[in-house]
Each structure stands twice: as C-alpha cells, then as structure tokens.
Design a protein around this ligand. Structure first.
Ligand code: PLP
Length: 388
C-alpha cells in the first residue's frame, strides 16, 4: 500500500503508541478519583496539557481536551452563539471544513444567518470582504480555517484575527490541518479559540483540543461531571490525551521537517506534471501546507481515478466524500470559482514524514497508468474540459 491520504488521518507514531500503552492497560484509574491510582492519571493529563499548549505557545489552562476536532469546532461556535443571543450573523470562509460550515448552516433554521466570505481562484481569502463582513452589525462569531484540508492553502489568519478583534467579534480558527505541519502560535494574536485534533499529527483518533484564550467568556457544550475545569464534562480519554501530548511534543520538535516533506511533495507533483499532459494545481502553490497536493486532471473522472488507484494500492482522496463514501464534486474547488467539471476531476494527495521516495516514484507511475486508462476510454481522449 502507498498511503497518500495523510490529511484524512496519520499513522500513530511508535513513540506515541508506547506513551499510551500504560494508560490503556495497567493505569486505568479514573482521573477524578481522590486516591493515588486516580491521581496519577490526573497528573498524566496535566502533563499532556502542557505539551499541547506548548505546541501553539498557549498556557496549559487555556487547553480543553475534547473528543475530536469536530467537537472543538462545535464547542467554540455554540459557545459564541449561546453567549451573544442578540447577534444573529455567523461568519466563516467559503472553504471551511464541514465541521464548521454545517454547524453554522444548522443554526439557519433557528433564525441565524450564516455568511460565507469569498476566496479567489487560488483559494486565498478575500481580506477586504472579511473586513466588511466582521464590521457588520450583529456578528456572533467569525471562524476561519487556518489551512484548508483539501488544497492545503494557508489562510491569512493573523490579519483576519486582527481585523476581527478591531470589531470586537469573537474569532475562532479551525487549525486541525495546520497544527504540527506549520508554525501555529497564538502568542500576541487576538485568537479567542482554536481547534486541534490528535489523529492528524501522528496521534490517536478520538481526541482533540480547544484552545480558549484566558480573556474570553465560555459556555460548555457538554454538561455533567464538571471535568476540564467545568468546560467539558465527561470522563477523560486518558490514554488518548497522553498520546496527543506526546504527538504534540514530537510535532514541535519536528517542525523543521516541513522542508523535506515539501521537497517530496514537489517531486511527486513535478513528476506527474511532466508525465501527464494538462494537469493543474488547485490552490496557491506558494501558500499551502508542505504535504498537500490537490491536482486537477482535465477530462478524468476523479471517482474513476480513485477506484483505479485503490486497485493499484494507492490511497488518496476525492475533493470530498460523504460518510457513505459517495463522491461529490469538491465544494472547495467550486468555491474557488472553478466549474463543476474541474471539481469532479480533482484529487487530493497528502504525504507524511513516513512517505518514502520509492513510494513517491511508485505513486507517480500508478497515477500515470490510471490516468492513461481513463483517458483512452473517453471519446475525447480526455483533453477537452467541459465548463459546467
Ligand atoms: N477541521 C478540519 C480542517 C479537518 O480537516 C478535520 C478532519 O478532517 C476536522 C476539522 C475534523 O476533525 P476530527 O476528525 O478530529 O473530528
């Protein structure tokens, strides 16, 4: 298998797995218990909180552990809404992950209005529009994805946060794809909330975190036992949290690997572009995550390409797939102003620190073969782009 879908999830790092094992097996005490067997679990959680905080230059008390990035996003948005009942506009960019977009859409039926800030054909945020949008009356929250999961395009989060703060609006960023891949720091920035997820950074699935700036008011999503300093009830996933802490520590120490990962990604892209006619990159190639390559194959059905690649042992992603696995034309590529045909013919490849040069070479060969087969079966030979 050649795994080129690391924005979907990553393999657990062996050091992370090792750190987790004692908390899955012998140290099963409840961290809220008053005896020593519980207190050692509490201590492990607090150590992980420091590691996760350190990754984004936050204070440990600003980190709330959750069950995933999706929960972190839901918590931030619903807290902002709950605390500002008079504000009925919810703002995000047109290229958010569904874990932000669908939460905001859900509130439309309750009298809210969600507004989508445009991006240009490279996926770059229209900052002038953002400035106007945050200045409008009654904005409860402005949320901006730090790096896009499909194209890897990095948003101007620092500037957007400043513009948002100038208008006194709550600013949240979904940094699930950015954290651990590029430098993400909340230091000296008016970021009120930031979402993270362990399984995107070689940590376990089922654990996330929400950074909540000390200065902000907050309303929990989950109520009950009062864990996480009354901010997220529910018995903690101790092993998962310990694994997240270790993954965060490793990510921080390995941030400079971005360059070598980008070099492999570029070799992959250049190989494909030189061997297959007409390929184009989706998203600003100068402002994107080092591991992500989203490519448009004119005249090639993206779903067909994925099927052939799967048969060849290559894992990659369509623009977007729903939970049933059905492939939809990429909403993100369409939001960038491209026609549906391009959105249907685009595929995301995302590599990791574990991807080898052999896999890059074999990946290129597999894609070339699959595209060749698909283009031969098309009457046009796949060279005509239909703008629909
Ligand atoms: N936000 C972004 C940008 C993502 O890419 C993902 C996962 O793909 C999520 C949120 C959701 O994270 P999780 O899978 O931890 O719920």
């Amino acid at each position: 298998m050649i795994y080129l879908d690391n924005n979907a999830t990553t393999a657990i790092d062996p050091e992370v797995r090792e750190a987790m094992m004692p908390w899955l097996v012998e140290n099963y005490g409840n961290p809220s218990a008053g005896y020593r067997f519980g207190k050692i679990a509490r201590k492990a959680i607090e150590a992980a909180r420091e590691q996760v905080a350190d990754l984004i230059d936050a204070q440990p008390e600003e980190i709330v552990f959750t069950s995933c990035g999706t929960e972190s996003n839901n918590t931030a948005i619903q807290s902002a809404i709950g605390l500002r009942p008079e504000s009925k506009t919810l703002l995000c960019s047109d290229v958010e992950h569904s874990a932000v977009l669908e939460v905001m859409q859900h509130f439309d039926s309750r009298g809210y209005d969600h507004r989508l800030n445009p991006v240009d054909s490279s996926g770059d945020l229209d900052l002038d529009a953002w400035k106007d949008n945050v200045a409008a009356e009654g904005v409860a929250i402005a949320s901006l994805i730090w790096a896009n999961n499909e194209t890897g395009v990095i948003s101007p989060v620092e500037r957007a946060a400043e513009l948002t703060a100038e208008c006194g609006v709550f600013f949240h960023t979904d940094a699930v794809q950015a954290v651990g891949k590029i430098q993400v720091s909340v230091r000296d920035l008016p970021i009120h909330a930031l979402s993270m997820s362990a399984h995107k950074i070689y940590g376990p699935k089922g654990v996330g975190a929400l950074f909540l700036s000390r200065d902000v008011r907050f309303q929990p999503l989950l109520w009950g036992g009062g864990q996480e300093s009354e901010r997220r009830s529910g018995t903690e996933n101790v092993a998962g949290i310990v694994g997240f802490g270790k993954a965060a520590e490793l990510a921080k120490s390995r941030l400079d690997e971005g360059e070598s990962i980008a070099a492999k990604r570029d070799t992959f892209e250049e190989g494909l572009i030189s061997e297959i006619p007409d390929i184009e990159i989706n998203g600003n190639p100068k402002r994107r995550l080092p591991n992500t390559s989203n490519l448009y194959f004119p005249g090639v059905d993206g779903e067909g390409l994925l099927i052939l690649l799967d048969e060849a042992g290559v894992c990659c992603s369509p623009g977007s797939a729903c939970s049933t696995g059905a492939v939809q034309p990429s909403r993100i590529v369409k939001a960038m102003g491209h026609p549906s045909a391009r959105a249907r013919s685009s595929v995301r490849f995302s590599i990791s620190r574990n991807t080898t040069m052999d896999e890059i070479r074999e990946g290129i060969a597999a894609v070339r073969t699959a595209v060749g087969k698909l283009r031969v079966t098309m009457p046009s030979g796949g060279r005509v782009v239909i703008n629909s």
